[in-house]
Design a protein around this ligand. Structure first.
Ligand SMILES: Nc1ncnc2c1ncn2[C@@H]1O[C@H](COP(=O)(O)OP(=O)(O)O)[C@@H](O)[C@H]1O
Ligand SMILES: [Mg+2]
Length: 256
């Protein structure tokens, strides 16, 4: 399965009485930007945490880069970069101290990490703020630091949970450009979003999640066609079908 960065086979995860993820099959090819799209509570974050080995599935199997997560979680973790939805950084380190610390954990050589940190801070327009305490950073700045920290060890697979939330439009642009650049370099990017427009603009393929299940999958253009609106924006498909911000009806319409 060398061509697949991530494979999930009938993965299920339960919290108490709630099945957060149900019999989920995913096959994510290398080098794609792949979106998990769904409303809040549909199981996106849980799915990502299982890919990372942070949570174990109750049923099913997850293979990352040909390695079974349950058998070799450390090897898998080294292949991956992860930015959680709400990153917890160390408030009383400076941005540079924090990034240096994370780079060290991932065994990036001191000189290499110094250069990478400098380059990323520059790209994210944080160069002048790197020596300030994280405590004083805006939400968007913290998001950027978290993203840089996930990239320092040059992961093959990048997992981003709601990556553009909290970013101003300009920063969102920088992140979008960065993701496309990483894709060119062959990095597989898996991101979650509850915003159709983001999935449409960024993702090569999406899985639409609802109540822990994958209920539709394909390129955004294919999903548009399935909704009977080829050529229009994904957002328009959504609005035409629902007239509301509720994803339920669009999902029903897409899977009829
Ligand atoms: N640690 C947890 N303990 C109990 N329930 C959880 C936990 N994490 C997630 N859930 C539940 O699992 C379901 C899926 O959550 P989540 O994966 O966070 O969805 P999403 O990321 O799509 O918003 C929700 O019903 C949520 O309340
Ligand atoms: Mg989530």
């Amino acid at each position: 399965m060398a061509d697949y960065a991530v494979v999930l086979e009938k993965v299920s995860k339960r919290f108490g009485d709630v099945w957060a993820v149900r019999e989920l099959d995913l096959m994510i090819r290398e080098g794609l930007i792949y979106g998990l799209l769904g409303p809040n509570g549909s199981g996106k974050s849980t799915t990502m945490k299982m890919m990372l080995g942070v949570l174990s599935p109750d049923k099913g199997r997850i293979i990352i880069g040909g390695v079974d997560v349950a058998e070799n979680p450390i090897k898998v973790r080294k292949m991956m970069g992860y930015v959680p939805e709400t990153p917890h950084l160390y408030d009383y380190l400076t941005g540079i101290e924090y990034l240096d610390f994370i780079g060290e954990i991932y065994d990036v050589e001191p000189e290499v990490r110094r250069k990478r940190i400098e380059g990323f801070l520059e790209a994210f327009e944080l160069k002048d703020r790197g020596n300030e305490l994280i405590h004083g950073y805006s939400r968007g700045m913290k998001q950027k630091i978290a993203l840089i920290s996930a990239l320092l060890h040059r992961p093959r697979i990048l997992i981003l949970d709601e990556p553009l939330s909290g970013l101003d439009p300009k920063s969102a642009r920088i992140v979008k450009d960065l993701l496309n650049k990483l894709k060119e370099d062959g990095v597989t990017i898996i991101l979650s979003t509850h915003i159709l427009e983001i999935a449409d603009a960024l993702c090569d393929e999406v899985a639409i999640m609802y109540e822990g299940r994958k209920i539709a999958e394909g390129r955004p253009s294919e999903l548009r066609e399935a909704a009977g609106l080829p050529g229009s924006t994904f957002e328009k498909v959504f609005l035409k079908l629902t007239g509301t911000e509720d994803l339920r009806s669009v999902i029903e319409a897409l899977t009829k």
